[in-house]
Design a protein around this ligand. Structure first.
Ligand code: HEC
Length: 435
């Protein structure tokens, strides 16, 4: 992160230098900057031509009336009134939320800004956040490597609306019937928030076989629709379908791959509600699935962690201690893929609220390492799966490795658990088997 900041300052000063040159070389015709500033300023950067295309594409997906963002960024007035905060957030790298370090790997659906885009926004604010001419609006930004949800075959809605009771955060699992009558493959996942102002993130699980009864009991154990759940869905060995965060309708899974779901399964949807900007409001969210009756390669979203930690040993986080790190690595091909190589397409990292940073990588038998995901500043509010542009092959003998670091300011001995006061260090990979 620190390195990003200095790079940003460098780029913005380069841009400032460049636009200063342009201004000198041009005939100085006003671009709506009102003639303010002296020679060599960044006055060439204006809202309509320079800032708006970036903000429309990278911010207004969330910062829109009724969206999860605390204010709208859809007009010049809205954007300019938040100019200082925008400058601070983009320079610090906290907005748009995308905690993955780009030095580790490259991903589909990357929400982050390039150093140049940050330079443009910072330079625009520094130059006085001028409006410019609406007639000269810059062309819409085309983000590279998007893999949006291309089709919706099944819409599975919460059975009835639910209004959060805990504030500002509540985590609740809702149980829905899977309507398929034959085995189907989920090839894409999205979410239609019933109320975009409160739905912060959604994780979808599948329960089949004997888990169907377990889930029905959990559902019945709490009045109203669903049951409280925080760290996971509240039962052992769920099937994972995927995770969603605001800012897009959803994502397709890698071409030709999909996760099988049997008829009679239940879909368990964990919704994280956050009422900070809107207060508690009713919500009836739907999960959107793209499904196919067959795929080239069956995929699984395999959670991965140290079973000893889950059993309560080896992941102690002592009271009033910072920088506590635990790591784990083992060969997953032996455990989950019959000793065959695995093609890994994406990964995620899950800790709870004390989590500070973490890393998921493949340690190869020759001693080299492929980084799958590195999160230098973990934020519980912004979790998601990161789809690699280039899938990674994991050979038998390679280790899928996981490292988490926590700060524990509390007086409690913290270890693995599902509760808000407990912690986890969990990754998961979306993979297919290679012959
Ligand atoms: C994926 C949704 C999303 C996107 C995309 C997004 N924001 Fe935000 N933004 C939020 C939410 C939610 C908050 C409230 C704080 C939080 O939950 O982190 C927020 C808070 C902010 C804040 C106030 C808090 C702070 O950090 O100073 C600013 C300023 C901001 N966003 C600017 C931006 C800008 C500029 C962009 C685009 C370059 C952007 N955001 C993109 C969701 C988003």
């Amino acid at each position: 992160m620190r390195r990003t900041v200095s790079l940003v300052s460098l780029v913005s000063s380069l841009l400032a230098g460049l636009s200063g040159l342009t201004a000198c070389g041009s005939d100085g015709a006003g671009t709506g900057a009102g003639g303010a500033g002296g020679e060599g300023t960044t006055a060439a950067l204006v809202y309509y031509r320079d800032a708006k295309p970036i903000i429309d594409a990278k911010c207004a997906t969330c910062h829109v009336a009724g969206g999860i963002g605390p204010f709208a960024l859809t007009t010049f007035e809205e954007v300019s009134s938040h100019a200082a905060a925008i400058r601070g957030a983009v320079e610090a790298g906290t907005m748009p939320p995308w905690p993955a370090d780009s030095a580790c790997n490259s991903y589909y659906n990357d929400r982050s800004l390039t150093a140049e885009q940050i330079g443009t926004l910072v330079g625009w604010v520094d130059a006085g956040a001028a409006e410019g001419d609406p007639a000269e609006e810059g062309s819409p930004l085309v983000s590279p490597n998007l893999r949006p949800l291309s089709r919706v075959d099944r819409t599975i809605a919460m059975p009835e609306p639910y209004t959060m009771v805990e504030q500002p955060d509540e985590y609740r699992c809702f149980v829905m019937d899977y309507p398929g009558t034959a085995t189907e493959y989920v090839t894409g996942l999205g979410v239609k928030p019933g109320n975009a102002a409160v739905v912060h993130h959604v994780i979808a699980f599948v329960a089949s076989g004997s888990l169907v009864d377990t889930v029905a009991e959990l559902d019945a154990s709490d009045p109203g629709p669903g049951y409280p759940c925080f760290g996971g869905p509240g039962f052992q060995n769920p099937g994972w379908l995927g995770a969603w965060a605001p800012g897009a309708e959803g994502y397709d899974y890698p071409d030709g791959t999909g996760i099988p779901v049997e008829p009679g399964s239940k879909i368990v949807v964990q919704v994280h509600y956050n009422s900070l900007t809107s207060g508690p409001q009713p919500d009836q969210t739907s999960v959107l699935l793209k499904t196919d009756s067959a795929v080239d390669k069956t995929a699984r979203l395999q959670p991965w962690t140290n079973v000893a930690w889950v059993g309560g040993t080896g992941m102690e986080i002592p009271p009033a201690t910072n920088d506590v790190t635990h790591s784990f690595g083992a060969d997953p091909t032996a455990f989950v893929n019959g000793g065959k190589p695995m093609m890994v397409y994406s990964s995620f990292l899950h800790m709870h609220k004390l989590g500070q940073s973490g890393r998921v990588s493949v340690k190869h038998t020759d001693g080299s390492e492929t980084c799958l995901l590195d999160i230098p500043e973990y934020n519980f509010h912004w979790q998601g799966a990161y789809q690699l542009l280039q899938p990674v092959v994991l050979q038998p003998g390679d280790k899928l490795s996981l490292k988490c670091t926590w700060d524990n300011p509390t007086m409690n001995n913290v270890s693995w658990g599902e509760g808000t006061e407990d912690e986890m260090c969990l990754t998961g990979v979306y993979f297919t088997s290679m012959e």
